[in-house]
Design a protein around this ligand. Structure first.
Ligand SMILES: NC(=O)c1ccc[n+]([C@@H]2O[C@H](COP(=O)([O-])OP(=O)(O)OC[C@H]3O[C@@H](n4cnc5c(N)ncnc54)[C@H](OP(=O)(O)O)[C@@H]3O)[C@@H](O)[C@H]2O)c1
Length: 613
């Protein structure tokens, strides 16, 4: 069997030989035998339903008259040069052999529609930057369509035709007033991505087919990302899955263009995972994470940004600068893929409030296991700190803003989480709190004559440590009912334990200690009410932990010694606070052991009611 001039045509001695060869690549109903002599010789062509609809040229001017600016004859060489030196940076960015600036340019010498498509794409770009009249684009675009459309029905898989269509699609997408949807509609009336997938899968060894496909794929990634729709139809997807060469073609990450192609394919796969109809299971998700991580680890060092700016309130993801366009393009696809994963983790949920050191420690510890989906709540992006960075590294973290003292805000947050987790929640950990007011260290009798301060101190603490948790639990209860673990954890404090107060002899923190003790009672009430539904609750003290607050305390020697000495009355062996990691790991073990028998209790991070430090 011979392969034709272009890789999409095969010549065989007889029809049977050809059908056997293509059996696994193309469904029989899509093949048509064009023969001069019955079964013995001829051409086999692929037909596809996607090229059958009326091929209405999008966005064309009614006439294709030569604009006056072309009459001087200098424009064509200028446009061809512009295409080769400027536009091909984009078209060739996934292709080490740079086919768009070599082979495809050569094909244009004998293929008028392709040549006109090249002239149209170059003039379109120049017109967008204000260096050419839009009528030039319309002229070439119109010529290209006029010649292309009749030719497509018989040679849709010819390389020159595919390249011309890809370029014309690119122009549609470049049109400023075209929304992703309208661009997509226009583009589909031209040729769908299915045709390009089929063309490549029926010519799996043709690099030129692959690079044409890659450029169309990139247009689709943009459309899928902005319109939140699946990238490929089911038909195209089955073809794509068969195209196993895809991974091997883009495997040598030491080549920058291959490396770029690889991340483009990964981004496409992420978009498909996010918007396809298949269940987002815990099995599928880690595989995609691994692909993305492998790309990040194995990409050449030259792909690292040359400058990274820290996130700010105005620019929560910071800013990055690169050496060359190709690396910036790759980074865009990396970010698309990363964000898709962050927002579409499977619904196995641990839910978390607060961002600061311990909250951060919890998120870190939980997110290290890919099967967890951690939803980290913060009051506002302005205090998100390192959390966004962590969320980019660990795609099983979702960051959601909510004011936990505000039921309205919590309701909105619950809706947001419902959408992310299919309405399920396994464990709710309520960590945020209020320490009270500036009067927090007053002893009870010192409030004599300071009743307003007393009222503020108590109500502020009650708002944060009693009402806030009730609002939160009630807002998320419907999700917890759908969860598997059904656990509500209230992070409390030993300072709210009567025996600790009695033994340590600390008279301060009136609002904080009493509101946390009230919070413990509330949590026991929830246990009583929800036991029949299998929902378990726990008040949990984290110990004395080396958070930012504890470190600040250590800088004030007098204060630190005061607390240390009074805590040592409870535990004479105490030397100081424990690490965040130790506290978090110990608490997670207690949470894991929580069952119906212990529900409603107030326990230490050691799992008992006595080891507070
Ligand atoms: N540190 C210790 O040694 C110790 C000892 C015993 C118990 N605890 C308990 O452990 C928990 C965490 O303490 P921590 O020291 O780690 O404190 P932290 O890091 O400051 O955590 C408190 C968090 O609560 C958030 N928050 C406060 N009000 C909020 C609101 N209205 N909406 C949303 N978020 C709000 C804060 O967010 P912003 O950043 O936006 O303010 C902050 O991130 C607390 O429940 C505390 O009682 C701590």
């Amino acid at each position: 069997m011979r392969q034709g001039k272009h890789h999409d045509l095969f010549f065989a001695e007889d029809r049977g030989e050809l059908l056997n060869f293509l059996d696994d690549l193309i469904p029989q109903e899509k093949l048509q035998w064009v023969s001069e002599d019955a079964n013995t010789s001829g051409q086999l062509q692929c037909l596809t339903t996607t090229i059958e609809p009326t091929l209405t040229p999008p966005l064309l001017s009614p006439t294709a008259e030569e604009p006056a600016s072309l009459l001087n004859g200098h424009e064509k060489p200028r446009l061809l040069r512009y295409y080769k030196t400027v536009m091909c940076k984009w078209f060739d960015c996934c292709d080490p052999s740079k086919h768009w600036s070599t082979t495809i340019l050569e094909l244009a010498e004998t293929c008028l529609p392709l040549k006109n498509a090249i002239l149209a794409v170059a003039s379109k770009h120049l017109s967008l930057i204000g260096n050419m009249d839009e009528s030039v684009t319309l002229h070439y675009q119109s010529l290209a369509f006029r010649e292309l459309l009749p030719a497509l029905s018989s040679s849709a898989y010819e390389l020159d035709m595919l390249a011309a269509v890809a370029l014309l699609r690119f122009i549609v997408q470049m049109t400023a007033n075209s929304t992703p949807d309208s661009a997509e509609r226009n583009a589909i009336s031209l040729l769908g991505i299915e045709v390009f997938v089929e063309a490549w899968s029926s010519n799996p060894h043709s690099i030129t087919h692959s690079v044409i496909f890659m450029n169309v794929l990139r247009l689709y990634i943009h459309a899928a990302w902005t319109s939140k729709q699946s990238l490929l139809s089911e038909l195209a997807k089955s073809r794509w899955k068969r195209c196993t060469l895809m991974d091997s073609v883009y495997s040598d990450l030491s080549d920058p263009r291959i490396c770029n192609g690889r991340i483009t394919l990964i981004a496409a796969q992420m978009l498909d995972y996010c918007y396809d109809n298949e269940p987002k299971t815990a099995e599928r998700w880690p595989g995609l994470c691994e692909k993305l991580d492998a790309w990040l680890t194995n990409k050449p060092a030259s792909f690292d940004p040359i400058e990274e700016c820290e996130p700010t309130a105005a620019q929560p993801f910071g800013a990055v600068r690169f050496d060359e366009e190709i690396q910036a393009i790759a980074w865009v696809y990396y970010c698309i893929a990363g964000l898709m994963l962050i927002n579409n983790a499977p619904p196995s949920v641990v839910f978390w409030f607060s961002k600061e050191v311990r909250g951060f420690g919890f998120v870190q510890e939980l997110a290290a296991k890919p099967e967890n989906h951690v939803i980290a709540f913060i009051r506002s992006q302005s205090t998100a700190g390192e959390l966004n960075k962590l969320a980019v590294q660990h795609r099983n973290i979702d960051v959601v803003e909510a004011d936990l003292f505000n039921p309205e805000s919590l309701k909105k947050a619950a809706d947001e989480v419902t959408a992310k987790t299919d309405g399920k929640l396994d464990v709710l950990i309520h960590n945020a709190f209020s320490a009270g007011t500036e009067a927090m260290l007053y002893k009870p009798t010192e409030f004599t004559g300071r009743e307003q301060e007393l009222q503020n101190e108590i109500s502020e603490a009650i708002k944060g440590n009693v009402l806030g948790p009730i609002y939160t639990i009630n807002a998320f209860l419907p999700l917890l009912r759908n969860g598997t673990e059904k656990k509500i954890i209230y992070i409390s404090t030993g300072a709210g334990d009567i025996e600790v107060i009695r033994v340590s002899g600390q008279p301060g923190q009136l609002g904080y200690a009493s509101s946390k003790a009230a919070g413990n009672a509330v949590i026991a009430k929830y246990a009583a009410e929800l036991a029949d539904e299998g929902i378990k609750t726990l008040s949990l003290s984290p110990g004395w932990v080396n958070t930012d607050a504890a470190q600040m305390l250590q800088q004030n020697e007098v204060m630190f010694n005061y607390f240390l000495k009074s805590f040592q009355k409870v535990d004479p062996n105490l030397k100081g606070p424990i690490s965040v990691q130790e506290s978090v790991q110990a608490q997670l073990a207690v949470i894991a052991a929580l069952d119906a028998a212990t529900s409603g209790r107030f326990l230490t991070h050691r799992g008992d009611a006595t080891s507070w430090f």
